[in-house]
Design a protein around this ligand. Sequence first.
Ligand code: NOJ
Length: 553
Amino acid sequence: MPARDHLDDVLIYQIYPKSFRDGDGDGVGDLRGIIEGLPYIADLGVKWIWLSPIFASPMADNGYDVSDYTAINPLFGSMADFEDMVAAGKKHGIRFILDIALNHTSSAHPWFQAAVQDAHSPYRDWYHFRPAGAPANNWQSIFGGPAWSIAGDNGLQYLHLFDTSQPDLNWENPAVRAAIYQAMRFWLDKGIGGFRLDVVTVISKPPGLPDAPNPRPEALYPMLCRGPRLQEFLREMHREVFAHYDGLAIGEAPGVDPALAAKLVDPADPMLDLLYHFDLVAPARDAHGDWDRIAFKQVFSSWDSGIGSRGVNTIVLSNHDLGRVVSRFGDALGFLRESAKALQALVILSRGVPFIYQGDELGVPNTPFTRLEEIDDVWAKTTYRLKREAGASEDAAFAAAAAMTRDHARTPFAWDGSRHGGFTQAPAPWLKLHPDFASFHRAAQDNDEDSPLAFARALIALRQSDALWQRGTFTDLVPRDHDVFLFARRLDGREARVIINLRSCPAEAPEHLPIDRQDGLLLSNYRQPGSHEMLRPWEVRIWEVRVGDPAAP
Ligand code: NOJ
């Protein structure tokens, strides 16, 4: 595990392979497409790419349902393509973090198939099976419905915290753990930069799988991530895998709180290098709603102080499971560009490792889906089915699915203004593009110095060029302000400030603001100079406090 300092300049760009770029013309993004896209990523200033899953999979949950942990999904290419991609990344100074779903496999995995078919198979103990009968406990699946389904002809039940096609592995069994570690070493031996460990915090289940006091998914996660052997398993994984490589262990950690997180990323007791949580996204889960700015800012502060300076925090506002960041937190209708840039500044300049999800740098908003057939996401389809079963009309059930579908984040990346945004040469992409891609595609923004893309490049360059942004302390200077986020970053007697108007109307500045370079202004998302007292909608200003300023530390 690298020492903490090695995390200073880490900034992670997440690629959803199916939607990034299609290199072979079948309508689906792939590894060749990623190779073609590397110069673009390198140009952004990114050195670490997290790839959503690329292992063999029936794709019921787009790769989070693995059927072979050491094979590349042919949809994405071959092992030779993978090796070329790692080598091409190296030329650009870019390392790949692979995504491994290790809490569960696909039901098509030979381990599960063998377990179902033969009661005496050793694989019976690799999953959580229970005899036929009423559901073995009251747990609800995260995707909706009971967490138990039936496999085979004799009523055998198995546990699945997610889709029915994603049976949970039994991490109590040492052979399961050994098999997963072996697969991880296989990829690390090929020179990858680490793993993003899918829902790793729920691998240790409570002994006997008892009923939960509250079986709803929101309550189950926090309960499950306190599984009695979680830390033991993570230490073992470190010992067996990460200790032998120069690679990052990044845990997806739904349900953890800052106190538990601080333990899991403490370099003195190696388990994970980083983890990311969902407390930051909780205040604005739905698009276009009003949301609580004060609560949001509190999450920044509580996680920052909770992790402290032993471990390193992460800043995650978006990923492949959420609506687009600008549609949830920003104003995609009135101030798309301004709010997209403001949110980028927040992610890139707060203290912690920033995660940028593909397309955020272009300010891509949510997609107006119009028919159920346009939706691919298994979670959204389950939502639709359960709503219908509960008596909702087709329209109401569709509206619910269209609002929550993860496909908002998965629409193909628009590279230029050509057909299908240059994403594919196929007659049709696997998922429709945002109908308005002509107004935000990459080529249009490339030479536009006022674009969200140009702003993202400038922010990344700023962060990567100065230890103050990487390591400086974080202080929210106006935690009770309902409109404005003003925070200070301090290191070695220096101080920089970021102020963001989190609203679509003007806001009064809580202090005298710099308006140009002579005042120390480093960056702003408005071209025209503003005033000392007022912020325009979603305005952000970033400045270094000069020694001798009244505001200096
Ligand atoms: C979290 C992943 O991010 C999500 O896409 C997936 O559906 C679940 N884990 C299950 O693997």
